[in-house]
Design a protein around this ligand. Structure first.
Ligand code: GDP
Ligand code: MG
Length: 164
């Protein structure tokens, strides 16, 4: 089986956009699993000589929980359990949010390698500054990227494949 990369982050940071950017295919492959309400979406991807699959997950929310949020969290946990690596997507336009810190501390409790992607950094001039504040999450180097425009994804993928 292909190594799996879990895409994790709070809602609206651009996870699905990043998945589509990283994947070679437009159509998602959806697996139905008994007991899992929100299906995880798997998409094939490759970079240089490595093939892998990216798994989109519902947004993780730790604040203001409503009844469906434990199911989203269950999805993220299931995706992480089978993953060789995770890409934690944060939003460079909104900047660091309290729920990013909660997700980061949750990720640090798992042994899976985490790449930190600061999305919505279209401006190459501002991207480094937008990304810098995310060093405080304690997950290593923040990679400024744009899921929409594609900039920065090469550097992110180069770092990612060292873990696959
Ligand atoms: P998800 O909820 O984390 O899966 O986020 P989506 O992929 O659905 O994107 C949420 C919103 O952010 C949408 O309005 C996207 O168009 C926007 N978005 C996603 N990626 C980027 C990006 O690289 N730059 C900008 N400016 N907006 C983005
Ligand atoms: Mg999404």
């Amino acid at each position: 089986p292909l190594p799996t990369v879990a895409i994790i982050g709070r809602p609206n940071v651009g996870k699905s956009t990043v998945v589509n950017r990283l994947s070679a295919l437009q159509d998602a492959i959806v697996f139905n699993e008994p007991g899992v309400t929100r299906d995880r979406t798997y998409k094939p991807a490759f970079w240089r000589d490595r093939e892998f699959q990216v798994v989109d997950t519902g947004g993780l929310v730790f604040d203001d929980d409503t009844e469906f949020l434990p199911l989203i969290r269950e999805q993220a946990l299931a995706a992480l359990a089978e993953a060789s690596a995770a890409i934690f997507v944060v939003d460079g336009l909104t900047g660091l949010m309290p729920s990013d810190e909660e997700i980061a501390s949750w990720l640090r409790q798992h042994s899976v390698p985490v790449l930190l992607a600061v999305n919505k950094c279209e401006s190459v001039d501002q991207g480094a500054a937008q990304a810098a504040e995310f060093w405080s999450l304690g997950l290593g180097e923040p990679f400024p990227i744009s899921g929409i425009h594609g900039n920065g994804t090469g550097e992110l993928l180069d770092a990612l494949i060292t873990h696959l």
